[in-house]
Write a protein that binds this ligand. Structure first.
Ligand SMILES: Cc1cc2nc3c(=O)[nH]c(=O)nc-3n(C[C@H](O)[C@H](O)[C@H](O)COP(=O)(O)OP(=O)(O)OC[C@H]3O[C@@H](n4cnc5c(N)ncnc54)[C@H](O)[C@@H]3O)c2cc1C
Ligand code: FES
Length: 374
């Protein structure tokens, strides 16, 4: 290790001193403390507050990075792959998406000492709200991050929960966190881990479960899967296949929980649903219509008070930054220069930002005429 990477930390000398808690309302600057190459296209970034603070979050929650890349403001969500039981740092584990602006930027430019801005943690995909004696964690590719956080938390707390963890990867070389998962399986009697690979790696033939996750795999690896609380995360086709498989196997879907990393599908689906509802309401909608001026672009649109501003702007042909369309990710944040809105958000904005006149236009409905700085 070279001298640059040694960072004396006062907490090692005086462990009794407990740092304050990271307050998402106030704190947003994170410093990269370590970069780990997990697989050929996956890196983990270990992040700490600029001055020592402890994070409080639920395993499975995510943060939203707020980045400025080549003068363009971009927001992306990343699950904390770390466990809240080790609260001094958090970690995100990012897979390169070909052509994706943010994942490639993080891989190519983040170094020890880099500084990031983040919102959160937030999200409700967590085993903490569904306590059960037995869990089944199913993941595909980078979808491993939330269930890894849950598995790490259970291992650290020695909860004794019976956990079966099945991870699907392209090849054995693509199994993220493989060594740690195998170690956890060796050291924790109530933890089982199996990987399912589609192909061999160049220097490692795969002798474990092969192909894509099937009911036969599940029956063989976890015969009592019907008695478990199931958490699933992975690419959309993987999650759809798991849903179908569990349903067909007579699984009680009330105990099935899943998280998508792809807000884009939601963002494209939801306006269609909204359009259908509005079409069904026909001419009878008596909602008041307000004038919304976008000051920088000079556009003026009309927005009924029962529609969010983002949707009205889309219908008027404007393309504004947005991602989740559910008030979670912060991508659509704008400054409201004049007027009032009713806003029900999902954690993507801090109270101090609201107090400073910011709004998430994906979940803000006008209650007067508006002027927006965009
Ligand atoms: C709640 C939440 C949690 C997330 N947690 C993680 C995480 O822990 N690790 C992680 O690597 N990513 C995670 N993501 C995805 C992440 O936010 C970015 O979308 C991803 O890093 C790609 O960003 P980009 O800007 O490079 O490309 P984008 O412009 O976002 O994506 C380009 C295209 O790739 C698709 N895509 C996005 N992510 C993936 C993926 N992982 N595999 C294959 N195709 C993809 C998108 O649908 C889009 O079509 C999460 C997303 C959400 C909504
Ligand atoms: S688009 Fe995600 S908060 Fe508005």
């Amino acid at each position: 290790m070279d001298a640059r990477t040694i960072r004396p930390d006062p907490r090692l000398a005086s462990p009794a001193e407990v740092p304050p808690t990271w307050d998402p309302e106030r704190d947003d600057v994170l410093v990269v403390r370590q970069v780990r190459q997990e697989t050929a296209d996956v890196k983990t970034f270990v992040l700490a507050p600029a001055t020592p603070a402890r994070f409080r979050y639920l395993p499975g929650q995510f943060i939203t990075l707020d980045l400025d890349i080549d003068g363009v403001r971009l927001n992306r969500c990343y699950t904390l792959s770390s466990s809240p039981t080790r609260p001094d740092t958090v970690a995100i584990t990012v897979k390169r998406v070909p052509g994706g602006p943010v994942s490639n930027f993080l891989h190519d430019h983040l170094r020890e000492g880099s500084v990031l801005r983040a919102v959160g943690p937030m999200g409700d995909f967590t085993c903490a709200q569904h306590e059960a004696p037995k869990y089944l964690f199913l993941s595909g590719g980078s979808g491993i991050t939330p269930v890894m956080s849950m598995a790490r938390a259970h291992a650290d707390l020695a909860t004794g929960a019976d956990i079966a963890f099945l991870h699907s990867a392209r090849t054995p070389a693509d199994i993220i966190f493989r060594a740690e998962l195998e170690l956890m399986a060796r050291t924790t009697p109530t933890f089982r881990f199996a990987a399912i690979c589609e192909a061999d790696a160049p220097f490692e033939p795969w002798h474990g479960l092969r192909g894509r996750l099937s009911l036969a795999h599940l029956e063989a690896a976890v015969p009592d899967f019907r008695a478990r609380e199931v958490f699933v995360c992975g690419p959309a086709p993987y999650m759809a296949a798991v849903r179908e498989m569990l349903r067909a196997a007579g699984f009680d879907m009330a105990r099935h929980h899943e998280e998508s990393f792809d807000f884009a599908t939601l963002a494209t689906a939801e306006p269609e649903v909204a359009a259908e509802v509005i079409a069904a309401e026909g001419e009878t909608s008596a909602a008041r219509v307000h004038r919304v001026e976008f000051r920088k672009s000079g556009r003026v649109i009309e927005c009924p008070e029962d529609m969010n501003v983002l949707e009205a702007a889309r219908r008027a042909g404007m393309r504004l930054p947005s991602s989740c369309t559910k008030g979670l990710c912060g991508t659509c944040k704008c400054k409201l220069a004049e007027g009032t809105v009713e806003m029900k958000h999902g954690g993507g904005i801090r109270q101090r930002e609201i107090d400073a006149g910011m709004v998430l236009i994906c979940c803000a409905r006008p209650t007067s005429d508006l002027v927006i700085e965009r």
